[in-house]
Every structure is written in C-alpha cells, then in structure tokens.
Ligand binder design. Structure first.
Ligand code: LMR
Length: 332
C-alpha cells in the first residue's frame, strides 16, 4: 500500500507538472548599461512587451538595465557564451570583438542629422556590418538610435585649445580615442557605469555622450559645462547569440523579428525627443552651463577633428568608408 501511494503521488505530481514543464517559457535575458528613461531603456521595455504579448507568454524577456547584470566590457563575452541572449551595445564597443568597421559611426561630423544616419543603418552598409558578426557567434537584428553627442568638463570648452591636457573618458573605440588626442586631450577608456564616480573624484576631467545619458547618469551634478558640439552619434546594434536565435522554433523567431522591427521604429522615433527633453532637464537643474558654439567655434572643432577620418581609414576599411561618404554625401 505504501509503495502504491508513493507511486501514485509521484504520478500525480508528474501529471500536474507535465503541462507546466511543456509550457516553460523561452527566456531571453536582455542586458544593457543605460537607465530605463532613455531611448535604449524604453526600447528594451517595449520589445519585452511586444515579444511577450505576441508569443502569448511563450517567450519571457528579462531586461537588466543600468549594468545591473553586466558592465560594458563584460557583456559581449557573456553574449558569446550564452549567459545572456540579447544586448544593444553602442557601435563603439565592437572593436575589441574584431568588428572594427562598426567604428565608422564614431567618426566626427560624418552625419548631419538622423536621416543621414538612417541612410547607412537601413542601407547596404548596415547589412554588411551585420554580416561581420556571424563568424563571431552573433546575429545583428537592428540598429537603435540614441543621439548626437555633446562634450562636458568643469571648464568652458568652446575651442580645440580648451581641451588641451584634459583627461576625457571615452568608450572602447580607437576612433574616439583619436578624436580626443586630435583635440590635445588625454583619452581614458572606462566602463559606462564608472563614469559618474570618475568625474566626481577627478579620475577624469570630462566626457562625451548624448544628453539622455548625461542627464540620466546624473553627470550634470559633477560637470559644470556642456558644449553643444554635436560632433558625433551614439548608435546601438541590437545583437543576439546566434546559436540561441537559430535554435528557436521558426514561428517564435518570426514573431520576435516582427516585435524587434516595431520596437526599432518606436525607439528611433522617440530618440530625438528623449535627448531634447534631457537637455532641457539639464538646463533646469541649473548645475551645468550649456555652451552653444558660434559658427567659428564649430568650424574650428571640425577642422581639428577631421583628420581622424584619414587616420582610421584602414581600420574602418576604405570600401566601407567610401560607401558611407557616398550615402551621406560627406567630403572629408
Ligand atoms: C557609453 O559607454 O558611454 C555608452 O555606450 C553607453 C550607452 O550604452 O549608451
């Protein structure tokens, strides 16, 4: 009798757990380094919503914002190893992976506006860049916008000479390091999550980022001046682990691709306003003075930085560079 009971209990437990086991959702861990209240933060939440709704719960997207799971510098490896399934790093983070061509987006003054940027992300160059990832166990799904970068420091920075000797935090991109060197500054590579403290303690003197990051990371508390240089962009590539993605049931993958397409449109539609609003919020804080550059100051900055293009021609490769120049009608 005892034996029967044990068997019956086990059978009942299995019968009850069976359907639950069969329906265990596919989990996508989506790690990123910025705040929720940014274009990427909101885009990730929107993708989660669409993916979960449209797969009727067969997929669960766990979003980890603000470097809460991995810092930049760690997250690429985590994705390749399958510890996370989805990331949206800025294109400046692809160099260490050996996909240096992504740094084309970091080149100074290459895009005048979002339309020009989209000619590249939505065109043949965008596709070519994603092809570079397949041999690295990754798949590129979409490009997401953040915005145009501004420079900050604790002294007014209007002309190239003002940057001389400043320690400026940059992402892990050679192009960005070269940009700071061209201004006479000293580039310092740091993880995004460490920037606030580094600025606060004087480990670095200044930095560059779009207003959305500057505001949501509270950098305005520790930087007195923000120069509206708009000298480059922060663009993201949403990427997934190839083995995971290829292993998904075909109907689920198609649904997720649709969700990503719509989340991409949503993110890129809000990016400009998010940055405009963040700049307003910085102004309102009264802690950081906004420096609007005169046409002469802008021209001087451009003049000082344009050499970075030539310097990085072989890194980005001439064919990619020429294709981008042609798409956006840029003459260095
Ligand atoms: C940075 O490191 O400054 C940015 O890449 C952070 C981000 O993801 O926007």
């Amino acid at each position: 009798m005892k034996r029967f009971c044990t068997l019956a209990t086990a059978c009942l437990a299995l019968m009850l757990a069976g359907p639950a086991l069969a329906q265990a959702p596919i989990v996508i861990k989506f790690s990123h380094v910025v705040a929720l209240d940014t274009p990427k933060g909101k885009g990730a939440e929107y993708f989660k919503k669409l993916a979960e709704e449209r797969t009727k719960g067969r997929v669960k997207v766990e979003v980890f914002p603000n470097s809460s799971l991995f810092k930049d510098g760690e997250e690429m490896e985590a994705l390749q190893l399958g510890s996370v399934q989805m990331l949206a790093p800025s294109v400046a983070k692809f160099g260490p992976l050996g996909a240096r061509e992504f740094e084309v987006f970091d080149l100074p003054y290459i895009f005048d506006n979002f339309d020009e940027l989209h000619k590249v992300t939505d065109g043949p160059v965008g596709k070519k860049l994603f092809q570079k990832l397949e041999g690295k166990g990754l798949i590129g799904l979409a490009f997401w916008d953040n915005g145009f970068k501004v420079m900050s420091a604790n002294k007014p920075i209007r002309m190239p000479a003002d940057y001389k000797g400043l320690k400026m935090r940059v992402q892990s991109s050679k192009v960005l390091g070269d940009e700071m060197k061209a201004l006479g500054a000293i580039p310092q590579q740091l993880a995004f999550s460490e920037v606030y403290q580094a600025l606060q303690t004087g480990v670095v003197d200044g930095t560059e980022n779009p207003p959305s990051n500057f505001y949501t990371q509270k950098m305005f508390e520790v930087q007195k001046f923000l120069a509206m240089t708009n000298h480059g962009v922060i663009e993201y590539a949403v990427i997934v682990n190839k083995k995971f993605w290829d292993g998904l049931p075909a109907d689920i993958r198609t649904t997720l691709e649709g969700a990503m397409k719509d989340a991409t449109k949503y993110t890129n539609d809000i990016a400009k306003k998010e940055n405009d609003d963040a700049l307003e919020a910085v102004k309102k804080s009264g802690k950081t003075e906004i420096l609007v550059l005169t046409p002469e100051q802008k021209a001087a900055m451009k003049n000082a930085l344009v050499g970075v293009h030539k310097e990085n021609e072989s890194r980005i490769t001439k064919p990619i560079l020429e294709e981008v120049y042609k798409a956006v009608d840029f003459k260095p």
